[in-house]
Design a protein around this ligand. Structure first.
Ligand code: MF3
Ligand code: CO
Length: 249
């Protein structure tokens, strides 16, 4: 069931999203050579708690941390660890969210550690831009496939591939709710977009082939071919006046 949010609900949810965005920005600023992914996780958790919110990934289906931190060929769901040290040249995907007064925010971004290869930079730029293409296609009266198609078209035209095993999602009083928001598909297909829908749009883009595999830890998703991967995500609301990005400061 797709839940349309009222203006009052959107107002609370915007607060959850603002806290999520603040945490993501803080972590991004802390990405530097020598920092561990556990240290980054703690920065996120401390900030979210300081804002009167709670980290919404922690304990979600048994997930053990506040953030998912995925480096280079890791796509998503990397588990923070004291043993994992970030190096100059890494690309670091951070995904995290906050729950505030019963509503969820969810966002992600890939950060460069120092100078990264031109290839890595272009992958990150393309993935971020594809998110904005998807957001721009999220208009009342359109369909879910409009978002999916906009992302896929933008990514594939630049020679990259979108991950298919994981998708974006509705978000609200649950972190994951209907509908699914794939990063591939056909414009004009799928459920109709309506004002009050709140969606997490989150392209995961591989430099090589789209295939992924999961590590024996049961969480970490890697590219099958070992190529780099990037991930950007915003929580948005569909309004009569167009898409509104909620995960902003
Ligand atoms: N942020 C992820 C998503 O966008 C959720 C991570 S699952 C968790 O759907 F278990 F790590 F929380
Ligand atoms: Co999400």
């Amino acid at each position: 069931m797709i839940v349309l949010k009222t203006g009052r609900e959107l107002k609370i949810m915007r607060e959850a999203c603002r806290i999520s965005a603040g945490a993501l920005q803080l972590v991004g600023k802390a990405v530097e050579p020598g920092v561990t992914t556990a240290q980054l996780d703690k920065i996120a958790e401390d900030y979210i708690l300081s804002q009167g919110a709670v980290p919404n990934f922690k304990n979600y289906e048994g997930y053990p941390a506040t953030a998912c931190i995925s480096i280079n060929n890791e796509v998503i769901h990397g588990i923070p660890s004291e043993k994992r040290v970030i190096k100059q040249g890494d690309i670091v995907s951070v995904d995290l969210g906050a729950k505030f007064e019963g509503y969820h925010g969810d966002n992600a971004a890939t950060f460069a550690c120092g100078e990264v290869s031109a290839e890595a930079k272009r992958l990150m730029d393309t993935t971020r831009e594809s998110l904005y293409e998807g957001i721009n296609a999220a208009r009342a009266g359109g369909r879910i496939g409009d978002i999916s198609h906009a992302v896929q078209e933008y990514v594939e035209a630049r020679g990259y591939s979108v991950v298919r095993q994981f998708v974006g999602h509705g978000v609200g009083t649950s972190l994951h709710e209907a509908p699914e928001v794939p990063n591939f598909g056909t414009a004009g297909r799928g459920i109709r977009l309506l004002p009050g829908m709140t969606l997490a749009i989150e392209p995961m883009v591989n430099l090589g082939k789209p295939g992924v595999r999961v590590l024996p830890d049961g969480w970490t998703v890697l590219t099958q071919d070992g190529s780099l991967s990037a991930h950007f995500e915003h929580t948005i609301a569909i309004t009569a006046d167009g898409p509104q990005i909620m995960t902003v400061l």
